[in-house]
Design a protein around this ligand. Structure first.
Ligand SMILES: *[C@@H]1O[C@H](CO)[C@@H](O)[C@H](O)[C@H]1NC(C)=O
Ligand SMILES: *[C@@H]1O[C@H](CO)[C@@H](O)[C@H](O)[C@H]1NC(C)=O
Ligand SMILES: *[C@@H]1O[C@H](CO)[C@@H](O)[C@H](O)[C@H]1NC(C)=O
Ligand SMILES: *[C@@H]1O[C@H](CO)[C@@H](O)[C@H](O)[C@H]1NC(C)=O
Ligand SMILES: *[C@@H]1O[C@H](CO)[C@@H](O)[C@H](O)[C@H]1NC(C)=O
Ligand SMILES: *[C@@H]1O[C@H](CO)[C@@H](O)[C@H](O)[C@H]1NC(C)=O
Ligand SMILES: *[C@@H]1O[C@H](CO)[C@@H](O)[C@H](O)[C@H]1NC(C)=O
Length: 441
């Protein structure tokens, strides 16, 4: 609904637009690129999930803090400057740190030079009275300001800067996008793993997919722990499509009734969970999208920007207990010095995949009728913690540092999405997925 508005706004600013962009981005797993050991990667990913959970606390803006591992390289401006972004379906804004950061001294360090708007002939500030400035909760204008400010507060930090438009080059495609030129970041150090910023793919009007006026995108993420540095893929627009013979499962998105204008998350109708042959005894309402406090909504959403899955506590406890029962004598205590792991077996990851049963997420069709299943193989919810121990990497969303609505929310993280091609069809409101070897795409 908001899309035509932005389209109009940008046309008003007389920008050149690619009418229909088919964008293909190659994503690199940060930890693979940096050649870290398996144990280090696991520790880092767990740490990120913890921060992500803490971050949804007291979020006044409907954008939450974002940390993930899959980054895309792109060019910005004319002449082009290099930048790297984390790809995140759990937020909207497209942003990169700008050179004024250095002067202000208020940004985190990144792998590449800060983008310098003064060296680009295509940067345009967005004025306060521009429609684009009124499209998202990430921007604001106080009276007296001429340019549209970006100011977003997260639980784990905040970013500030100005909204501009600029030419982004993804592969061979140039597109003009409204983006945040960020000059102050106050966030947990290391959160972005050296990337320059974020490309948001959420439902909001300022996300990449919304700005392009596209109604679908797809991605396929290669495994975390493979030794090969194989690129993952993101397709936006016409090139986003599933292919091959693997069966396709479709699940309708759940629309947040409170979220129609500035919504961000892709909620799903999770109805139940089976592990091995046992259906967990959890009321379906535990996963439902519902208002848990004034203006605060909890539910189940899928997120490319969260490493691990977090389940509402009642489901987590049921899963843990049932798996412990099925694994019996194979269960060992978590290795000394690790935190958060709650269920482990003495086995290398390869062998753990033989011990641990698959997990099945059952989705309701939303309108009655049949259900759809996401079958999660062991390697997509268990991980190697050291050479001889594998642990479950699904966590409880409740905890000492999480409050409403986070502690009542289920987030399906990207570890569960490895080697799966997921198509977000926003036009028909359906998520489709199939298993895939993402490295061969
Ligand atoms: C990664 O590290 C391993 C062991 O330290 C080494 O054998 C390998 O060559 C490294 N790979 C790259 C791409 O640097
Ligand atoms: C894309 O942008 C780059 C850098 O601004 C420029 O060199 C190139 O000519 C542009 N290509 C198109 C098709 O506009
Ligand atoms: C925004 O305000 C400026 C004057 O400050 C005016 O020239 C311009 O037409 C306005 N633009 C819109 C879209 O209202
Ligand atoms: C907006 O205006 C206020 C007061 O006029 C000023 O304090 C603030 O720095 C301005 N923000 C930006 C981003 O220009
Ligand atoms: C995956 O990466 C490895 C080395 O990094 C390479 O040898 C292999 O060909 C890649 N696989 C595909 C399908 O591209
Ligand atoms: C909770 O937050 C406190 C204060 O920020 C911190 O010291 C503690 O480590 C956190 N606990 C967990 C389990 O993250
Ligand atoms: C979530 O936090 C609220 C307080 O913020 C608390 O009342 C509620 O019991 C918590 N829910 C869970 C499942 O821990």
């Amino acid at each position: 609904m908001a899309r035509p508005l932005l389209w109009l706004a940008l046309l008003c600013a007389s920008l050149t637009f690619t009418a229909s962009a088919a964008i293909h981005l190659e994503l690199i797993h940060v930890d693979a690129k940096e050649n870290r050991t398996v144990a280090e990667r696991m520790r880092r990913a767990t740490e990120r999930t913890r921060r992500r959970l803490a971050s949804m606390v007291d979020v006044t803006a409907p954008v939450h803090w974002v940390e993930t591992q899959y980054i895309a390289e792109y060019l910005i401006g004319d002449p082009p400057q290099q930048a790297e972004a984390i790809i995140d379906t759990g937020s909207n804004l497209v942003w990169t740190q700008c050179s004024a950061c250095g002067a202000a001294g208020g940004c985190f360090s990144q792998n590449l030079f800060y983008y310098d708007p003064s060296r680009s002939s295509t940067i345009r500030p967005v004025a306060c009275n521009d429609t684009a400035c009124a499209l998202g909760s990430e921007t604001r204008c106080t009276s007296g300001n001429k340019t549209c400010a970006v100011l977003t507060a997260y639980g784990a930090g905040a970013i500030a800067g100005a909204l501009g438009t600029e030419v982004f080059t993804f592969g061979s495609q140039n597109v003009s996008l409204a983006f945040g030129c960020i000059i102050a970041t106050k966030i947990t150090p290391g959160s972005l793993d050296g990337a320059s910023g974020i490309i948001g793919l959420g439902r909001g009007a300022l996300s990449l997919v919304s700005q392009l006026g596209e109604t679908k995108f797809s991605y396929c993420l290669t495994p975390y722990f493979s030794d090969a540095v194989n690129t993952s893929h993101l397709f936006v627009g016409a090139s986003a499509a599933l292919s091959g013979n693997a069966p396709v499962t479709s699940v309708p998105f759940v629309k947040n009734p409170n979220d129609l204008v500035f919504g961000t998350f892709y909620y799903l109708p999770l109805a139940g969970i089976t592990v091995g042959k046992t259906k967990l005894d959890v009321p379906a309402t535990a996963f439902d999208l519902r208002q848990v406090a004034s203006g605060q909504w909890a539910g189940t959403f899928i997120d490319s920007g969260s490493p691990f899955t977090s389940l509402v506590d009642v489901a987590y406890q049921a899963l843990r207990a049932e798996l412990a029962r099925q694994l019996g004598a194979s269960v060992v205590p978590p290795p000394a010095g690790t935190r958060r792991f709650d269920l482990c077996v003495a086995a290398a990851q390869r062998d753990a995949s033989k011990l641990v049963p698959p997990l099945v997420l059952h989705f309701g069709s939303g309108g009655g009728g049949g259900a759809s299943d996401l079958v999660v193989p062991p390697e997509n919810y268990w991980g190697p913690v050291d050479d001889t121990t594998a642990c479950m990497v699904v966590f409880s969303s409740a905890g000492p540092n999480t409050t409403l609505p986070t502690n009542e929310t289920t987030i399906i993280g990207n570890y569960m999405q490895q080697n799966m091609h997921l198509l977000y069809d926003l036009g028909s409101g359906v998520l489709s997925f199939q298993t895939a070897d993402c490295s061969t795409m």
